[in-house]
Design a protein around this ligand. Structure first.
Ligand code: NAP
Length: 330
């Protein structure tokens, strides 16, 4: 059977361009004992892909090699099986790549409850939720009554960080790039305040939204908000650095805030990368699932149609045109 896949063929210099990828047609091979054929149904697009496309070898994960199928996580269905653990019809998740079909021996493939929608898996229980939970609950260690500021707040990670923080009794302020996203945060997700970083005077807006200062800053974007956050941190505040998407496409990272605040306020700053926690994914996913079951986490998915849509669609993450978790439905 013929199927389509997308290979990385050229590394981006700044922005991701369509000619970084090549759409290819491949043929499925006969599966051997122990193997399964997976038909991918939903594929996740993530900001981290920009890093995986670069040649840098000093990161937490090796780059995608030129000529290889682009790396991604996804959800699919087992359509042929010579492996008793994964019967035909099973719903599975794993690092499947930008491809309609793949053969696997089951390593790194997880069985998913059949009743769980693929959008819920990719938007909450997979990377976004476990990232939000680990960064907030295990690194920042929030206490009820504290104030949290989260950037990229209407995105897949940020929106879950804010909702878990609300469930834990914090005051939550989100920073996002449009009035519509800010409205979603306050009116539907229950954030206490939201700031549109494209139109607000950030220093004033953060001071007004956090009159008692910020105890936890959950950093998803970098950029000017970082300066306003630093300037308003409380003594012994914690800054969790999850991502800095505003720097991913630039050759020169933006200048950061002065470290004088780190000394004066005795701040802790910690970055993290979820691949370090991959062995705990099941456990962390269950913790996030508990909030979801209690109705404390809502999500929205931004679904593109067809494998080819990933080639241009990935840039929605960098323009902010995605409204919710960016997913490709195959
Ligand atoms: N450490 C880890 O293991 C880990 C795991 C997963 C994700 N992450 C990081 O978490 C962050 C959020 O990822 P996500 O998957 O949840 O993506 P997302 O927030 O759903 O989408 C990316 C959002 O970033 C915002 N953005 C883009 N360019 C920006 C800029 N120059 N300044 C400010 N905001 C900008 C846009 O929202 P606006 O409309 O609000 O601008 C866009 O919608 C990323 O930095 C990602 O790399 C880290």
């Amino acid at each position: 059977m013929n199927y389509k896949a997308v290979k990385l063929v050229k590394r981006p210099e700044t922005n991701i361009e369509p000619d970084n990828f090549s759409l290819v047609e491949l043929e499925t091979s006969e599966i051997r004992d122990g193997e399964i054929l997976i038909k991918q149904t939903h594929m996740s697009l993530d900001p981290a892909m920009r890093g995986w496309m670069s040649a840098a070898t000093d990161s937490y994960i090796a780059p995608v090699e030129l000529g290889d199928i682009m790396r991604s996580s996804g959800v699919g269905e087992v359509v042929e099986s010579k492996n008793d653990q994964f019967p035909v019809g099973a719903k599975v998740a794993g690092m499947f790549g930008w491809t309609e079909y793949l053969v696997s021996n089951g390593t790194g493939v997880s069985l998913m409850p059949p009743e769980l929608p693929a959008e819920a898996i990719l938007s909450v229980l997979a990377l976004p939720g476990v990232t939000a939970y680990h960064g907030l609950m295990e690194i920042a260690k929030p206490k009820a009554g504290e104030t949290l500021l989260v950037s990229g707040a209407a995105g897949s990670v940020g929106s879950i960080v804010g909702q878990i923080a609300k469930a834990e009794g914090l005051r939550v302020i989100g920073v996002a790039g449009s009035d519509e996203k800010c409205r979603w945060l306050t009116e539907e997700l229950g954030f206490d305040a939201a700031i549109n970083y494209k139109t607000a005077d950030l220093e004033t807006a953060v001071r007004e939204a956090a009159p008692n200062g910020i105890d936890i800053y959950f950093e998803n974007t970098g950029g000017p908000i970082q300066h306003a956050a630093f300037a308003n941190m409380n003594t012994f505040g914690r800054i969790v650095v999850c991502g800095v998407i505003s720097d991913y496409n630039s050759t020169t990272p933006a200048a950061g805030p002065s470290w004088v605040h780190v000394v004066k306020k005795r701040l802790s700053i910690q970055g993290f990368a979820m691949p370090d926690q991959f062995h705990r994914f099941g456990e962390l996913s269950q913790k996030v699932g508990a909030y979801l079951m209690k109705g404390q986490i809502q999500y929205r998915s931004h679904v593109l149609e067809g494998l080819e849509s990933a080639i241009e669609g990935i840039n929605l993450l960098f323009t902010g045109a995605n409204e919710g978790k960016l997913i490709v439905k195959l």
